[in-house]
Design a protein. Sequence first.
Lengths: 139, 139, 139
Amino acid sequence: MDVYGDTLEFQTRGNDDVRDLTGDVRRCVEASGVHAGTVTVFCPGSTGGVTTIEYEPGLVEDIQAAVERVFPRGLRYRHNELNHDDNGHSHVRAAVVGPSLTVPIVDGRLTLGTWQQIVFLDFDSSARRRRLVVQVVGR
Amino acid sequence: MDVYGDTLEFQTRGNDDVRDLTGDVRRCVEASGVHAGTVTVFCPGSTGGVTTIEYEPGLVEDIQAAVERVFPRGLRYRHNELNHDDNGHSHVRAAVVGPSLTVPIVDGRLTLGTWQQIVFLDFDSSARRRRLVVQVVGR
Amino acid sequence: MDVYGDTLEFQTRGNDDVRDLTGDVRRCVEASGVHAGTVTVFCPGSTGGVTTIEYEPGLVEDIQAAVERVFPRGLRYRHNELNHDDNGHSHVRAAVVGPSLTVPIVDGRLTLGTWQQIVFLDFDSSARRRRLVVQVVGR
């Protein structure tokens, strides 16, 4: 059994930017040499989410529309009032989607479906550099 | 330390069908012989979610009603327009609930509460055969 | 590789009480002696969620307001009707947020962001004693 850790660094545009991390996570799993185990992708920060989607332009738009409809930017947020900030909606969206995703590794490969990609959702209100943690545990 | 992988295959009716997987996951944990560790249940596919609920008929209805109210089927979805598809709502629901659940194993048993079951939610718009991945990591 | 399990016990007020568990989880990780791996925080029970937020009074209020707006207490819930209960909304909220969080451990430390805390959300309708499971896997 071993643990192999890596980080992914990239620039986002914020404002619900959706980034496909599948190729990067796959490379981490291959570099780890782990044949059977799990990989956890984690966002250190409270305005980003990690999940899976079929990464195609239509769904990227649909997810952006859904989070804006369900957790609107324009509501009154106490976070903004108390901290002179503008990203209360970003925090709420991130808390519900969650910062962590764990995917099984079988025969050295991610067990994703054919039309399923690992994505990072940057809910924050401005562009920024992000660093995600990828942790492979297995043998 | 060891890794024990298994798959669960079953038929669903789609359309927010909720399936109780607790007995199946418990059998995987028992078959693994793992005394202490974690089990990850993962849906390979971007229209299904894995979480826990108290599996009883009232809550199954309540969850179906909640996802239909919050992420309605009848909205305009770009996924449907661009791909001549009808399951944009399924993808959005699945992305928010998430495809993965990790449960600790202590003394060879799942640490679920008494009225807590592991469930698969098939958000897709038609009946289908599903294959989920169960990955046990521990000693 | 080793597995180190612990439990956290605490009293909540229910009704979307948000509890910061970061210090407690950090102590479990330190006690485990694990240098590289993952920690899973799990709620045994179907009316609580585990996620991360920036734990400050404004966001605690914002998250409470968001779950009440999106999954209102006052709707008709079949769970309540069939079981003479009053916490249908609690179950729905918990199923969506999810009962489990996995965070990587690197150099013996949680890889949380500076303004990111691990929180338990008690969605249930009354105060209660909670016991959460913390499972550290690594080397």
